[in-house]
Write a protein that binds this ligand. Structure first.
Ligand code: GLU
Length: 300
């Protein structure tokens, strides 16, 4: 199989699709993104990178940022983080409030919004949000070997103005004693972290440490982040993603997905239209095609 041809075929197939899902509309800045776009990029173990489609176009990484925030939080707190966040799939929407009430303010996992807000609080520590965001950007720029990675302030503002559910989650967490910082500080950091923009070229490179192709964090930590991506990376669509693609993956409502073929490749896809679970519709279909053709599913 010629991987370069495979990527071109996938991009051509995706360009022809008419059913592309719906861009997220609860963040006004994201609703304005043209849904006709699709990009894919792969970094391989031999150091090569292959891309097709709109691979250099920056997009809002949104919840894909939760993977990098988790790496930073684990670096600061180590296993202590797991006293504040669990490691179970939620089976519920990304922004659900239901479980948090019945489970005493301990979120199911670091990738649902409640868990990501706790993770960001842990990554923040006692620092002002600005310092944490600078660390996050340095982490991403180092991982991607690219200085041209930034925060889109208009997206952050847009989400701050409409993020009522996230405010509700943060106050709920605070009421349960599971936030050390004031909710406003944590959410300021969280919204800006979600508003990082990257292209799939950059994102695929930034994911290499999770595939074991770059040493940025301890390998056993990367293994655990992969386990959480596989079981919890697509919200209530996580089981379906594992079934169809068979790779650890993390999606964001900007339409990006970072997928990891351990030891083999770091893969980033992007298409702004989402399926009903809030995961990129064409991104998922492209990864399914890629996994089938390469045989890279972790399940053999
Ligand atoms: N910033 C988004 C939110 O908290 C992230 C959700 C996502 O990308 O899935 O609503």
């Amino acid at each position: 199989m010629n991987l370069h041809e495979t990527l071109s075929e996938i991009a051509a197939d995706m360009a022809a699709r008419t059913d592309r899902g719906q861009p997220a509309d609860y963040i006004p800045e994201l609703a304005a993104v043209n849904p006709a776009q699709f990009g894919i990029s792969i970094c391989l173990a031999d150091g090569t990178q292959l891309s097709a489609g709109d691979s250099a176009t920056p997009f809002s990484i949104q919840s894909v940022s939760k993977v990098f925030a988790l790496a930073i939080a684990l670096g600061r707190l180590g296993d202590q983080l797991w006293t504040r966040v669990r490691r179970e799939p939620s089976g519920l929407a990304f922004n659900s409030i239901l479980q948090l009430e019945s489970e005493g303010g301990i979120p199911r996992n670091p990738f649902v919004n409640a868990g990501a807000i706790v993770t960001t609080d842990a990554a923040l520590g006692q620092r002002p949000p600005k310092e944490y965001l600078a660390e996050l950007l340095t982490f991403l720029r180092t991982a991607a070997a690219d200085e041209d990675i930034h925060i889109d302030r208009a997206v952050a503002r847009s989400e701050t103005e409409t993020g009522h559910r996230n405010f509700a989650l943060a106050h709920f967490l605070k009421a349960h004693g599971n936030l050390t910082n004031p909710p406003d500080h944590v959410l300021g950091a969280y919204f800006h972290q979600c508003a990082v923009t990257m292209s799939v070229n950059q994102l695929a490179r930034a994911g290499r440490f999770l595939a074991g192709l770059q040493h940025l964090i301890a390998p056993e930590r990367a293994r655990r982040i992969n386990a959480l991506m596989l079981t919890c990376g697509h919200y209530d669509g996580s089981g379906e993603f594992a079934f169809r693609v068979g790779l650890p993956g993390k999606s964001g409502v900007g339409g990006g997905i970072l997928a990891i073929a351990p030891g083999r490749a770091s893969i980033a896809v992007w298409s702004p239209g989402l399926n009903p679970q809030g995961n990129s519709q064409l991104g998922t279909e492209a990864l399914e095609m890629l996994a089938r053709r390469t045989g890279w599913s972790v399940f053999g």
